[in-house]
Design a protein around this ligand. Structure first.
Ligand code: AMZ
Length: 265
């Protein structure tokens, strides 16, 4: 299988924005999020990841209009939406706007019972965001910490949550490479699909992550590297497709034709 690429459009005050390690005040604005999303879609992305940063910081949902416009602009491309989903009303609002999947972070720590119920009720339409500095989980726009990553993962996995998004906060927006070792530990701790986020800076990082696909890595979220022009969505998709083909070839390292003696079609 090919690792799924989820280009990320983070929204702050209606603008496409990148933060450094998620800290307020470090933002670089990249203009109209609808334009960015449409461009990523046109290049062949299979998913988009959209974060309402204002909502994640607890300033209320200021970007739902933009989220709706993004969903419309890229349809039928599925959009994963997150940020500030703390109640059933928040979750339903994003599903009603057309999000194919909603990621819940802070509430998975604050209100695990509701999140377990939401996972059960909505199945694949809900994923749990495990945002962490090392093993320590981060909440409320990564301004507070609480709980152990692996304890929460075990608990939510047992509660039936179907998919996890692991973000290494210390790497996010840093263009310093993904937290591959931590990710290996996360993959070893659950048999549910995992999406990785944070730190991707180069096509080589994507190839390294693609090697984790057989261990349960399903996708990778890329933000800053795309907005900073390190590579394009099209290049990223080509690198991931190539890595998947290379991996399939590993079962047959010398490239010996499998149907020896058979006629070529
Ligand atoms: O950059 C940040 N400070 C930040 C961020 N990108 N804070 C939260 N988030 C993202 C998480 C997840 O997708 O990676 O927002 C979502 C979680 O939000 P919440 O409000 O459910 O914790």
């Amino acid at each position: 299988m090919t690792l799924e690429l989820l280009p990320a459009v983070d929204l702050l005050d209606g603008q496409a924005t990148r933060l450094v390690q998620g800290r307020a005040g470090t933002q670089t604005a990249y203009g109209d999020p609808v334009e960015a999303a449409a461009d990523f879609a046109a290049q062949g992305a299979g998913w988009l990841h959209v974060v309402d940063l204002d909502a994640a910081f607890g300033r209320g949902p200021r970007n739902r209009g933009q989220l709706g416009r993004v969903v419309e602009a890229v349809a039928p491309l599925p959009v994963e939406a997150s940020g500030g989903v703390r109640s059933p009303a928040d979750l339903h609002a994003l599903l009603d706007l057309g999000a194919a999947r909603v990621v819940i972070g802070t509430a998975a720590l604050d209100d695990p019972e509701w999140v377990a119920e939401a996972c059960e009720r909505h199945g694949d339409r809900v994923a749990v965001g495990l945002d962490a500095r090392g093993r320590i989980l981060q909440a409320r726009g990564w301004t507070t910490s609480g709980g152990d990553l692996f304890e929460a993962l075990a608990r939510l996995d047992a509660a039936g949550c179907r998919r996890f998004v692991h973000t290494e906060v210390a790497r996010d927006g840093m263009l310093a490479g993904p937290a591959t070792e931590r990710l290996r530990e996360v993959l070893a701790a659950t048999s549910r699909p995992v999406i990785a986020s944070g730190g991707v800076a180069a096509l080589q990082d994507l190839r390294a992550l693609a090697a984790l696909e057989p261990h349960g890595l399903e996708g990778v979220i890329v933000g800053k590297a795309l907005f900073a022009g390190r590579f394009t969505v099209a290049e990223a998709l080509a690198a991931l497709a190539e890595a998947a083909v290379g991996r399939r070839g590993l079962g047959n390292p010398k490239g010996v034709p499998r149907r020896m003696g058979g006629r070529r079609p």
